[in-house]
Design a protein around this ligand. Structure first.
Ligand SMILES: [Zn+2]
Length: 93
């Protein structure tokens, strides 16, 4: 499978597993977890200016339906615990 990248920052998207009863109705989403991503950084400013809330969004791609868009978050830690880590076969350094 070809690597999926964020269309805003070019970072590789991470696979984020979702709980079974999630609103998306899918097993997982591909999400840009880069904290320097322009989309994510501007999201904080935009949400504060428009809605006066502390929130932002990350770029997400739903590979099941082929649609992309914002994944709203409330804290930089949101979803980070659900990222599927990539384990290598060897113990690298
Ligand atoms: Zn990005």
């Amino acid at each position: 499978m070809e690597k999926l990248k964020c269309k805003y920052c070019g970072a590789e998207l991470d696979k984020v597993l979702l709980p079974p009863d999630n609103d998306w109705g899918v097993e997982y989403l591909m999400v840009c977890m880069n904290n320097d991503c322009s989309y994510y950084v501007k999201g904080w400013e935009w949400m504060r200016e428009k809605y006066n809330v502390k929130a932002s969004y990350r770029y997400k791609l739903n590979t099941f339906y082929g649609d992309d868009g914002p994944l709203s978050i409330r804290s930089p830690e949101d979803y980070t615990g659900w990222v599927v880590k990539k384990f290598s076969d060897k113990e690298g350094e």
